[in-house]
Design a protein around this ligand. Structure first.
Ligand code: FAD
Ligand code: SF4
Length: 398
């Protein structure tokens, strides 16, 4: 369907429920209104007030839980396809080389951003647009964080990511690759945006055996074992488990099984990711918890949840599943070793503690994104990056 047809389905609600459902609070009704009139540049300019990643978010946001989930059209039928409209407008701007406007106001402040995932990149763009000198420090040889080395290519075209990043660099943002801890005293403010990518351990016997892998590491480094004719069991129920399973299936594994300790309805993964995984032949085993890994087997126990979602093991329901490879995908946490170098306080969940201005326990050091425990989605990371940029500008001008 053409983008104007998608837009014409929108009712242009005065109360903007879709915008309230968007973590970035994009002004969706006004954007769609421009699209209806074929005014794509104006639509892009409106989107650019709140986001630099419509091409990316339009493709990989969990829309049904965010903007589209709040769309009034969805009450009696299908929601407006906001994600498709956003990505069309973002792509239009990339294809037509539409650049961000930049204030050449003062240029007297310098800010270091450590980590170039969506939160750091968004902050960089919003700061640079204000005329602030920005240097990004990134430990990998590429920019983009999980947009590049997490979300697989079959869900997010990396050329688009590279083009989005180039637009940000064109604002004059400088890059220091592989410089891990800069001399922060040379900057007026520092923003930490290093994500939360340390795998959480299963804490069961056998998890360090050579045929047990971490999903984050496999997806990030891409150095998979040979899966031909092999059975691979993925432990976990989130989007990372789905991405690992779907990637491994594409790498020719004979059988890929997702093992999840709760029921299908309780899975944190996006519904359409689960449907896609099933369509691709991935099998699911629900209400099963791993207890031990031994001799290419996983000893498991069946589980059930009560009405309060408390999970309990079903006595004497132990059984074993055979697997050539086992991949753990039960979540990730921050790199405390790196954060300790800054001597910052953490919150009760183990993320970097920030106040309402995104400032950490140290004056002038800010933090954003997964590092502070935003909801582990790109849009929430971007929002946190944008808020940090606004707070840093206020801090510098005070
Ligand atoms: C497999 C997978 C699939 C996902 N799918 C989706 C999805 O479909 N939709 C969605 O909305 N979200 C998805 N997410 C979540 C989303 O990618 C993250 O929430 C988001 O990328 C967090 O952004 P961030 O900027 O906080 O951190 P990251 O993207 O993790 O970026 C952190 C950056 O900091 C760098 N860094 C780390 N330590 C240092 C250091 N010491 N010095 C310098 N640089 C450093 C890293 O190399 C990286 O570039 C997915 C995540 C994964 C793992
Ligand atoms: S809620 Fe749906 S119909 Fe209403 S303005 Fe937003 S996208 Fe359009």
């Amino acid at each position: 369907m053409k983008v104007k047809e998608l837009a014409s389905y929108c009712l242009n609600c005065k109360t903007k429920p879709c915008a309230k459902g968007c973590p970035l609070e994009n002004n969706i009704p006004d954007v769609i209104n421009f699209v209806k009139q074929g005014k794509y540049v104006e639509a892009y300019n409106e989107l650019s007030k709140t986001t630099i990643m419509p091409s990316i978010c339009g493709r990989i946001c969990p829309h049904s839980k965010q903007c589209e989930g709040k769309c009034v059209r969805g009450i009696k039928g299908e929601s407006v396809q906001i994600g498709k409209i956003d990505s069309y407008i973002g792509d239009f701007a990339l294809e037509n080389n539409i650049k961000y406007e930049k204030k050449d106001t003062y240029n007297k402040y310098s800010v270091a951003i450590i980590g170039s995932g969506p939160s750091g990149l968004t902050a960089a763009a919003f700061l640079a647009r204000e005329g602030i000198n920005v240097t990004i420090y990134e430990k990998e040889s590429h920019l983009g964080g999980l947009l590049v080395h997490g979300i697989p290519e079959f869900r997010l075209d990396k050329d688009i990511v590279r083009n989005v990043i180039q637009n940000i660099l064109d604002l004059g943002v400088k890059i220091e690759n592989k410089s891990i801890v800069p001399n922060i005293n040379q900057y007026d403010a520092v923003l930490l945006s290093t994500g939360a990518n340390e795998p959480i351990k299963l804490n069961i016997e056998g998890e360090d055996l050579e045929y047990v892998y971490q999903a984050n590491t496999l997806l990030q480094e891409g150095n998979h074992p040979k899966y031909d004719d092999k059975t691979v069991v993925i432990i976990g129920g989130g989007n990372v488990a789905m991405d690992a399973a779907r990637t491994i299936k594409r790498l020719n594994a004979k059988e890929v099984i997702i093992l999840y300790r709760r029921s299908e309805n309780e899975m944190p993964a996006e519904k359409n990711e689960i449907i896609e995984a099933k369509n691709e032949g991935i099998k699911f085993i629900f209400n099963t918890k791993p207890l031990k890994i031994y001799n290419n087997n996983i000893e498991c126990i069946r589980t059930e949840s009560d009405e309060n979602r408390n999970l309990k093991d079903i006595l004497n329901s132990n059984y074993s599943i055979n697997a050539d490879y086992i991949v753990s995908a039960i979540g990730s946490k921050i790199d405390k070793k790196f954060i300790n170098e800054f001597d910052l306080e953490l919150n009760e969940k183990g993320y970097v503690k920030v106040d309402e201005n995104n400032m950490t326990s140290k004056n002038g050091i800010f933090a954003c994104g997964d590092l502070i425990g935003t909801k582990a989605t790109v849009a929430f990371a971007c929002r946190s990056g944008r808020d940090s940029a606004e707070n840093i500008v206020r801090f510098l001008n005070n």
